[in-house]
Design a protein around this ligand. Sequence first.
Ligand code: BES
Ligand code: MN
Ligand code: ZN
Length: 499
Amino acid sequence: MEVIVKKGKAASEKTTALVGFFFEGTKRPEGVLKELNSSLKGKISALLESGDVKGKSGEVSLIRTDRLIHAPRLFLVGLGKREKFEKETVRQAAGTAAKMLKQYRLEEGTFLAETLPTQKFSPETWGELLTEGARLGAYSFERYKTVQEEPKKALKKVSLLVGRQAPARMERGVKIATIITDSVYRVRDLVSEPSNAVTPSRLAAVAKEIGQKTGVKVTVLEKPAIEKLGMGGLLGVSRASHEGPRFIIMEYNLKAKHRPLFIFVGKGITFDTGGISIKPANNMEQMKYDMSGAAAVLGTLEAVTRLKLPFRVVGLAPTCENMPGGHAYKPGDILKALNGKTIEVKNTDAEGRLILADALSYAQRYKPDGVVDLATLTGACIIAVGNFVIALMTNNDRLAKKVMQAGESSGERTWQLPLWEEYSELVKSEIADIKNIGDGTAGTITGAAFLKEFVNYPWVHLDIASRAWTEKDLPYIPKGAVGIGVRLLVDFLRHWKNE
Ligand code: BES
Ligand code: MN
Ligand code: ZN
């Protein structure tokens, strides 16, 4: 779906639907809606006065325009209370509007951008927020539907109509958000695909495709190279699978030595059965999304390269399947990670941290200024924070603060959990250096405490188990894969200032 900016007048605009926005409690139409109201012979004021619509966020009403203006329909989308207005309000309203156009099976629609409180943000930001909300809201994953109930129709275009404002600055925002949401689409697609389609080798092939397309350097290590390096975690977890492991390395702009270097690391378990410590059958199909961290890394590197951000950025994605079988690694086994530390496997279902141990150790060779890992690491994360926020843990509060700020401004919010020394005690092993589970308390934090053993740089761990998938339809996140991570990490880089 394409978003464009257009200069013109609402009443004469040739479009199948206009979309206007208004705050809760609006008594009479103002500005653009006031003009439109006279063309529409008072239809808008009549609706507002009727009390049938309140302007609550998420509320949409339809006015048939009866040929009084060019567009046959006008949708009015509520923004909620004026005092609560923020960036997220705009994304949500745009997402709601795009979903409504889709629901009416329209291929095109026009947002009246100047019905929004224009003075709140720069034109660039308006372009970004509206594009993000509309494009993300319009997403659906329909590849495997071969039988259609009705002939296929997709929303192809949303125009942002401005009258007074100069469109060029808004267009800049549209461009940036189009690149970012292209990558979110990519992540959602990868995560939605079942594990028989997105295997470790397929994930690696997609990384290569991104390399071809954008110029980011992509190296994929296969089993012999992984063995040679000594990535005992990745080798252990992948042992029973007929799909070989892959270690994906994406490097952007590394020659710019004076630029800060950031590394993003993503867990890429393309299917998590639990292994010998097997998971219950109920809901096990959900474990196709256990590669959401890796997908986010691929998408972020794609976006960063296309946006030509002024940093050095490395993406690392260890990927494999976690299967039971005759060759499977077993509880009690001891693995040696890339940094030489030995790990007692107490539970083969705590596999994410084992492959991340190697990836985080690998990251050390770059001497990074900051590393952020993303992993659907623990079910306990969902218990702790629900499905509204990413759990964040860190060894560096300065870096964490930047990530949390990016969370606020991107709408992919994070919340910090402690990572005190006490928690590290819980993952000490009697027979090896460390064990892969704690004592059952603080599951999300002990996961992070485990990972901490493999880092020697400023580091933030994001447990995205709570945020990788949504069972609820949200304003700009349709039920299914959220595509979490790209917007957060790109925002983090765009706002990074060395102080
Ligand atoms: N991939 C799971 C975590 C998960 C569960 C993500 C549900 C999303 C939804 C992870 O590999 C896992 O199985 N973790 C175990 C850890 C435990 C054995 C310490 C868990 O959460 O039960
Ligand atoms: Mn697991
Ligand atoms: Zn897992």
